[in-house]
Design a protein around this ligand. Sequence first.
Ligand code: ADP
Ligand code: MG
Length: 305
Amino acid sequence: MSIEVKNITKIYGQQKALDDVSFKINSGEIVGFLGPNGAGKSTMMKIITGFIPPSSGDVFVNEMDAIEQSLEIRKIIGYLPENNPLYHDMYVKEYLEFVAGIYKLGKASKNRIDEIVELTGLTIEQKKKIGALSKGYKQRVGLAQALIHNPEVLILDEPTSGLDPNQIIEIRNLIMKIGKQKTIMLSTHIMQEVEAICDRTIIINNGKIVADDETGNYQKQYADKYQTIIVEFSTKVEMSAIEKISGVVKVKQLNQNNWLIQSKPDIDIRPEIFNFAVKNNLTVLAMQKKEKKLEDVFHELTLKN
Ligand code: ADP
Ligand code: MG
């Protein structure tokens, strides 16, 4: 079950919210749609789920045209909209029955609701009014409504936004559990979220895709031109002496005894630094390799334009 987005542009009045966006999500992938606020994430998700039309371009879900066959598409997509709109006066079960009714689940709905209540961890809260639930449990209800018709594709718009750290972990675990059988696209502006759950991350900024790669590849692909080591020696050292260490490209003094030492990315100069210290009667108090995080990559990609 794939999602294919081809040259989608969306213009609101004068504003281009999406500008010629294309990507493909394959069956079984969990893909993160990462971008700052206003990047166009929700707009893209509303178009994929058939809630709003694009200004131009095509979307295919399981090879069906999302615009022309939007009713068909909705049967195979589960959608958790931004801010998870729910009926707060309804009871959890009553709401899920209502949603099951929309999907015309008929007789199967009772079993399906029980199954989903169990899967989303709502069992102990199922008799409460939605308005009385904590935000984390409301989010579980949102996921339950998205899953009720057993869709193969899930579109989750900022599923953990506004939750506390424990709730975030619970919802992430739930998404990963569900993701074993489904194709998932989830949006977020939090780098750690994609690092924690997504196989692949598409980064969007100002309505344009600025990167699309396996999440683990970002660090590698955009790694510094240098390998950076931060060292603390026990006593004062001359910069010129450090510069002479084999493999060193650049040296910067951070403060009295702390140094930032850079080498080419393909060599590890830590043993050389250590030997240098031994030869010069210095003690290495600390030595640390500075990793470039996805967070740095995200800032680079979304702040420069
Ligand atoms: P994100 O979900 O990444 O925060 P959105 O897709 O909500 O971004 O918004 C993208 C841009 O389109 C924003 O600048 C937003 O102000 C604008 N926008 C979104 N919806 C509308 C709308 N209904 N009318 C006018 N502008 C909109
Ligand atoms: Mg949004």
